[in-house]
Design a protein around this ligand. Structure first.
Ligand SMILES: [Ca+2]
Length: 280
């Protein structure tokens, strides 16, 4: 196979607009090529979504490695794209926030997905997360929204998720933002540098039990938490164990009268390379 520098290949990317379920992007692209002339560049709207066909030099991979690479190819529309490594389905790309190029790695918009999963279930997604952040330096952006349309964010300029051999240890340093640094709240409540724990795998620093089991979530528990974005999805206020979607530096207060706590309406966690070319 020749691989000269002036050779280009067509790269077919698609933004999926179907609301229900995942859709195979590569299958849609193949079908689109079969049915119509693929020669055009730029967005093409079809029955299945919006397609972008761009000509680029041959890549080492079949697909872009993350949303930042898609952005650097000139595709700057929010959407769901195929990336490699795949996140067990296409990835959601945020091409707008703080310069764009973000690969969404976790999202809570309703209670439809249960985050109280086993170690075995989490490891599948974490393999991808490790691959996304293992080479080069990466940023983490966390966006929180409450039930009154208030939004805040936390950005970590040094973000990494380690391999399974290192129990998917979290690195989240160099904070900036307006939501507060709940991942490094105090010496005892410090999620930075912690291993991941699930209800069936206790890697936390709480000697008296398993935080993952107590709070019913997989998370980088310490002893136990100042933040937990994988907590139970509540419709706002709740009482009892602090097992909701929690960010202790924003809405840390418990209502003294009712004992109620606050859970968030929406959360997104996203990552991109620190040296992102889209940043001016
Ligand atoms: Ca423990």
């Amino acid at each position: 196979m020749s691989n000269t520098s002036d050779e280009t290949v067509e790269y077919c990317l698609c933004r999926l607009e179907l609301r229900k379920g995942w859709f195979s992007c590569s299958a849609a692209c193949a079908l689109s090529r079969k049915l119509g002339a693929p020669g055009s560049t730029g967005p093409r709207r079809t029955l299945w979504g919006l397609f972008f066909c761009v000509s680029v030099p041959p890549l080492e991979r079949l697909h872009p490695k993350d949303c930042a690479e898609i952005y650097s190819l000139g595709i700057k529309e929010n959407g769901i794209y195929t990336i490699q490594p795949d996140l067990h389905g296409p990835a959601k790309c945020d091409m707008e926030a703080a310069g764009g190029g973000w690969t969404v790695i976790q999202a809570r918009h309703d209670g439809s997905v249960d985050f109280n999963r086993t170690w075995q279930e989490y490891r599948e997604g974490f393999g991808t997360l490790y691959a996304l952040t293992s080479t080069g330096q990466h940023q983490l952006r966390i966006e929180l929204e409450d039930w009154h349309h208030q939004k805040r964010e936390a950005t970590y300029n040094n973000f990494k998720v380690a391999s399974e051999a290192q129990r998917f240890r979290l690195t989240a340093r160099e904070y900036s933002g307006d939501a507060g640094n709940a991942l490094s709240y105090s010496k005892r409540y410090n999620h930075d540098g912690r291993s991941f724990s699930t209800s069936d795998r206790d890697n936390d620093r709480y000697a008296g039990g398993n935080c993952g089991q107590y709070y019913g979530a997989g998370w980088w528990f310490d002893a136990c938490l100042a933040a937990n974005l994988n907590g139970h999805y509540y419709g706002g206020r709740y009482s009892g164990v602090t097992n909701g979607i929690y960010w202790g530096t924003w809405y840390i207060l418990t209502d003294g009268r009712t004992g109620e706590r606050y859970s968030f309406k929406q959360v997104e966690m996203k990552t991109r390379p620190k040296l992102f070319p889209g940043l001016s």
